[in-house]
Design a protein around this ligand. Structure first.
Ligand code: SAM
Length: 261
């Protein structure tokens, strides 16, 4: 067991059952699981008949998964190594999975989600066990204290729902932080048109680059930034966290007009 890899195993059977029910596996789903550990959740997903591609960094666990737990399991594919370094190759070959599922290692949870979405890998559904604080950021309403760049990135394409919380005793060892399960259903239609997406992602990055700075100052490298903000109906002296998703999309449209993002 390694602290470095955020290894807190979900040992509560009932919690595992509730989690896998959120996915409802059937033969039509292709599932990715980040951090299967020794496969307790994976087993439930495979039992539903869905093929599972599992990304695991711990070589000891990989050996168990490959040689013991799922040695004869045709639907199981293991990708050994750091998800952040391995997922893109699988995505480039196979496209996005139908479901992205994980009891995410707390130290890398939000990074994994951001990287996947920024690259345009948009599964139909995502189900995560996360640090409650991160789950609240994903599901935050505009204007609340948790509203952030991650909320904007996620909510452009997904409808988030915090399903339930899990007490520390559901895990071994119990994590130092509280945990929540969140399900994210893809919107029937993205709020961001496809051709605007790269600029939208860059705009989010730029306006949140220095949290304490105003929008105008964070957009200093954009020629005519102040006019673009005004054209989008935004006060240039505001900070990024006070913008709605709609305003960020309008600002992205203005920035795209000159192609100088
Ligand atoms: N799925 C198991 C469960 O729910 O009991 C284990 C969950 S544990 C919180 C996180 C798992 O993610 C561990 O197996 C850990 O080795 C793995 N992990 C941590 N960082 C990873 C990374 N960057 N890429 C892939 N797996 C990772």
């Amino acid at each position: 067991m390694s602290k470095k890899f955020g290894q807190n195993f979900l040992i509560d059977r009932h919690a595992r059952e509730r989690l896998s029910q959120l996915v409802y596996p059937n033969e039509k789903l292709r599932i990715w699981e980040i951090g299967p550990g020794i496969g307790a959740l994976t087993e439930r997903l495979l039992a539903g008949g869905s093929p599972v591609t599992a990304f695991e960094i711990d070589h000891g666990f990989c050996r168990i998964l490959r040689e013991q737990a799922f040695a004869d399991e045709k639907g199981f594919r293991l990708v050994e190594g750091d998800f952040l370094k391995t997922w893109e190759e699988i995505f480039n070959c196979d496209g996005a999975p139908d479901v992205l599922f994980s009891n995410l290692p707390y130290n890398v949870g939000s990074v994994c989600i951001a990287k996947v979405l920024e690259a345009g890998c948009l599964p139909e559904k995502m189900v995560f066990t996360l640090q409650t604080e991160v789950a609240q950021r994903l599901a935050a309403s505009q204007g609340s204290k948790d509203w952030s760049s991650l909320s904007m990135l996620v909510q452009a394409d997904y409808l988030p729902r915090i399903c339930f919380s899990l007490s520390g005793s559901c895990f071994y060892p119990p994590p130092a932080v509280s945990s929540s399960v969140i399900a994210l259903e893809r919107r029937p239609r993205s709020l961001v048109p496809k051709d605007l997406r790269p600029v939208f992602i860059k705009t989010i990055r730029m306006i949140f680059s220095q949290k304490r700075k105003t929008l105008k100052n964070n957009l200093i490298q954009i020629e005519g930034a102040e006019d673009k903000l005004i054209n989008a109906g935004i006060n240039p002296l505001l900070r990024a966290e006070s913008l709605s998703l709609d305003q960020v999309i309008r600002l992205s449209v203005e920035i795209q007009k000159t192609g100088r993002q």
